[in-house]
Write a protein that binds this ligand. Sequence first.
Ligand SMILES: [Zn+2]
Ligand SMILES: [Zn+2]
Length: 327
Amino acid sequence: MPEIRRHYFLEEYCIIAAERNKRPSDFLVAKAVPGDEKDCPFCPGHEDRTPPTIAAYTDDGILLQDETGSDLWQIRVFLNAYPTMIPRPEPPAAEWISLPGQGYHEVIVDSRDHRKNPRDFGKKHLEMLVSAYTDRYRRYSTHEDVKYITIFKNWGKESGASLSHSHSQLITLPFLPPQMKREEEAISRSSFCPYCNIVDRESASCRLVAENNHWILFAPFYSLMPYETWILPKRHLGNLADLRDEEQKSLASMLAEILRILYSTLDDPPYNLMIFQLPKEYHFNIRIQPIVSRIAGFERSSGIYVNPVPPELAAAELRNFCLPPKD
Ligand SMILES: [Zn+2]
Ligand SMILES: [Zn+2]
């Protein structure tokens, strides 16, 4: 029976339509074949094929600009050669409403290894990645002209990743996206944080997949995509810069867990991993959407997603691959 579900606290809906009990094997998508290393601009030794390095992260911290040789970096950041936003755009021709596409668009090459799957990053490397994300967030969070910072990772061709070498991206916008504005307004109108309420209720629900001292991982009641999961901090905090050291580390553990579980359940699916955060009055969250079903005419014409896998079933499948919690 199809079921219309309302978003936890916004006037938005999705349809959970489990016509039959689909299994993860019904959602297997052709895997991307890694392209050739020798043509890859993200590989070590090819730094001159991209814009200059802005930051490089190693086991020993951030490297200075003049130390960023090929041998040293584990994670390398530079401005996107084909950016969505640019720092100093020309004013657009005045027609309807249009603003200059002012902002910053960074590529964060998150592994030296051309063929490394993120599920094999290991906890130490994911800790470095979380602290690199935090460092990039901090860098733009005080900019006058930056109203929103999105950090995301597209894995696999179907997710929109144009190159197979694992990477993340950061894009800043000169305005707050409407979805975030609606969330911010709903949170400020509410006498309590709706996300803290989600943490309380989903921690005790059949949709919980895993938890550790600081984070919960669950298939949300309001799931747009099959096997969608969210990671929420148990403590109310707005953004990466608010994380304590131990919270950063246990976030890396939780990311390791979900990447491993998704790989096992759906055989290395393409996915979008998206970090939602605001400077204040928000509850940090990460949403991971495997790209295993198509967005078609109904979704585009109504703005309402149809999800053929109830999150309650998705959570049960995902839990099958969980390891017992360690921290
Ligand atoms: Zn490469
Ligand atoms: Zn909260």
